[in-house]
Design a protein around this ligand. Structure first.
Ligand code: GLU
Length: 336
């Protein structure tokens, strides 16, 4: 696994959850401290498979936290927008779960880890059900093919409106990212057609791949990701707008799938070290959810070998430990 996650913190620095976030001034100070602590880290490489991503400045670094009470804390480049890429996957799955129900969504897509790269064709061939989960491309494109609507325009509006409700503002697409990705997404088109051949696509495969490519090009900031994450932390209610985006029973299913497969092939390592559901993307974003407490959004373009933002992981691990967010951390009942 990536050596950076092995950075050991003193055992007594790891706070145990009290069921709620610490006081606002403590949270604000820790968000600032986390940003300051890792801003100089230069490890990792910016994704360059499309020119629009390769142009990112490796020094960009934004951190944001949104509490379930709507309180927002940010440091660094928290308002700089970037294409959401794979972080769209849990939110589109959420919209499909909301529309179809968690049971039908699971039966149509699957919720188990593949153990293989996010754009693996092998994973389709090796598994009798063909799609394994909505966090990898096969399952994600199949999920997009389940978006309701009479035609592609209606489906796009449904998707774009839905993700905007998570963010609490209208999200726009980066045309340049969309066009360069659409010109080079033969592999994803191949995946969609292969799934179509296996009866595991639920609308036209080329149209679903196009919609998927557009959803990946939606622009968000670390602050947006924090609000989107906080909506999942808040049982499906956006804590900033006060509007329900998702029923609570759907919400916990999304978090389960993120915990299983949110950080590419390092999802187990991530859960082991940080103890929270999250989802990363190739442009350097990372969203992490502390259920009942907050959403964290980070942005730092350089990625490790698995494709996860190096500084994003470091600062999220730091905040998980210092804020007592790890869902697996507990201490014995005081019997004294
Ligand atoms: N648009 C990218 C793809 O499907 C998403 C990559 C990612 O963020 O993992 O190839």
């Amino acid at each position: 696994m990536h050596r950076l996650l092995h950075e050991e913190h003193a055992a007594d620095a790891v706070a145990v959850s009290t069921g709620r976030l610490p006081a606002a001034d403590a949270v604000a100070a820790l968000v600032r401290e986390g940003h300051e602590r890792y801003r100089g880290v230069r490890d990792g490489a910016v994704a360059d498979y499309i020119p629009a991503l390769a142009a990112a400045d490796p020094a960009w670094f934004g951190v944001a936290l949104c509490g379930v009470d709507g309180g927002l804390f940010a440091a660094g480049d928290a308002d700089r927008v970037f294409s959401i890429q794979s972080i769209s996957k849990p939110f589109v799955f959420a919209l499909v779960c909301q529309a179809l129900g968690g049971g039908r969504a699971r039966d149509s897509i699957g919720v188990n880890a593949t153990g293989l790269p996010f754009n693996s064709v092998m994973a389709i061939e090796l598994n009798a059900r063909r799609t394994m989960n909505p966090m990898v491309n096969a399952g994600a494109i199949a999920t997009t093919s389940l978006i309701p609507g009479a035609n592609e325009d209606e489906r796009w509006d449904f998707l774009c409106d839905g993700l905007s409700r998570f963010a609490g503002r209208t999200l726009a697409m980066d045309q340049g990212v969309y066009e360069s990705e659409a010109a080079s997404n033969q592999r994803n088109r191949g995946i969609a057609r292969l799934l179509h051949g296996y009866g595991r696509m639920y609308s036209d495969p080329d149209e679903a791949t196009d919609l998927y490519t557009r959803q990946c090009a939606l622009m968000v900031s670390a602050r947006d990701l924090a609000v989107m994450g906080a909506t999942l932390a808040d049982g499906g209610v956006n804590p900033v707008t006060g509007l329900r985006v998702l029923y609570p029973d759907r919400c916990r299913r999304i978090l389960a799938v993120m915990a299983t497969a949110g950080l590419y092939e390092q999802s187990g390592d991530w859960l082991y070290e940080v103890g929270l559901p999250g989802k990363s993307g190739v442009s350097g974003g990372l969203v992490t959810i502390a259920p009942g407490k907050c959403g964290l959004g980070t942005f730092a373009p350089p990625l490790d070998d698995a494709g996860n933002s190096v500084r994003g992981q470091l600062v999220t691990q730091f905040l998980s430990e210092r804020l007592g967010l790890n869902i697996f951390a507990s201490k014995p009942e005081d019997t004294g």
